[in-house]
Design a protein around this ligand. Structure first.
Ligand code: AMP
Length: 299
């Protein structure tokens, strides 16, 4: 303890700033349209390079020629060590699929397997699938946050239209390890770490049963379904190539009271969660193999 404390003091003396974490959140938009967002929890030593990385991400969200129209903000907030939760990322599995039909039918069966203990399970699964279909309906309004759904499949209306999970971050060494292991399992790109962090934070909340996500990036057709018990399952071809629709559903394990909804949204939007370790990242598996895992793990 004394050693730990003196280590902390040494760090403070070196940098002139208190040791601890900072939440850094970037948002880029153009003419009121959201273009890109990103965030991290950074220690003072990594603050400058972390801000630079997010700045480049925001600047890269539009063509150089339209940068004069870009509005980009970066917010830095200190986070007290005592207010920081640390946890491991969910284990990752991948569906082997080369077409939307296989993926949709897996999603349908996975929902049934995950909800099997619940009363009205098939009706709830139907409502989740209906919401997924609606996200892809032409003209469906782009959502800012996730759609909250009660266990009976009813959409819970929220003042901001949805809940936007925030205040997540990952230790730099763990990010590196995650990227390396993801790459060996055939997963590349910048979206995956952020999606895995969001899904882990969301499904760790005791009220949340599962999350389904479809990106609204027309060039990114991979989605996921995640639960705390069964992990994060990547779903390639969840939507057709070039489709601009997308969204997230947080399905709750009960029909919540108002105060439970308030506590949930507060926790998802404000509680700082730092990911300090990863779990397994499996190569793609066939739909029957994955469903078999799901049934066994939900027993
Ligand atoms: P993306 O994966 O960034 O393409 O986002 C897909 C959809 O998920 C968006 O249209 C939003 O509805 C929702 N979404 C994006 N980021 C968040 C977040 N941090 N928390 C909750 N929902 C989000």
């Amino acid at each position: 303890m004394a050693e730990e404390k003196s280590g902390m003091l040494a760090k403070e003396e070196k940098t002139g700033l208190p040791s601890g974490f900072y939440s850094v959140r970037m948002r880029a938009s153009m003419a009121g349209r959201h273009l890109s967002g990103g965030e991290d929890l950074l220690e003072e030593e990594g603050l400058e390079s972390g801000i630079h990385r997010l700045l480049l991400q925001g600047l890269g969200s539009c063509d150089r020629s339209s940068r004069q129209e870009l509005s980009l903000s970066i917010k830095v907030e200190g986070v007290r060590e005592s207010a920081l939760k640390r946890c491991a990322l969910l284990p990752v599995r991948q569906l082997a699929s080369d077409n939307p039909e296989t993926t949709r039918s897996f999603l349908e069966e996975a929902l049934r397997a995950l909800l099997k203990e619940k009363s009205g399970a098939s009706e709830t699964a139907r409502k989740v699938l209906e919401q997924v279909r609606l996200f892809l309906e032409p003209g469906y309004p782009a959502e800012w946050g996730a759609t909250l759904m009660s266990s009976s499949g009813k959409i819970i209306s929220l003042p901001d239209g949805g809940v936007r999970t925030s205040h997540i971050g990952i230790l730099p060494t763990v990010r590196k390890q995650l990227m390396e292991e993801a790459q060996s399992a055939g997963i590349t790109g910048r979206r995956f770490p952020e999606a895995l962090m969001l899904a882990t934070k969301v499904t760790a909340h005791p009220l949340v049963l599962l999350e389904v996500c479809l990106s609204d990036d027309p060039g990114y057709t991979t989605g996921y379904i995640a639960t705390q018990k069964t992990g994060y399952i990547r779903l390639p071809h969840l939507k057709p190539e070039g489709h601009p629709g997308g969204g997230r559903i947080y399905l709750l394990g009960k029909n919540p009271t108002r105060s439970e909804i308030l506590e949930l949204t507060l926790s998802l939007t404000k509680q700082a969660v730092l990911f300090d370790s990863i779990m397994s990242i499996a190569p793609p598996s066939s739909s029957p193999d994955l469903l078999d895992h799901l049934s066994r793990e939900t027993e």
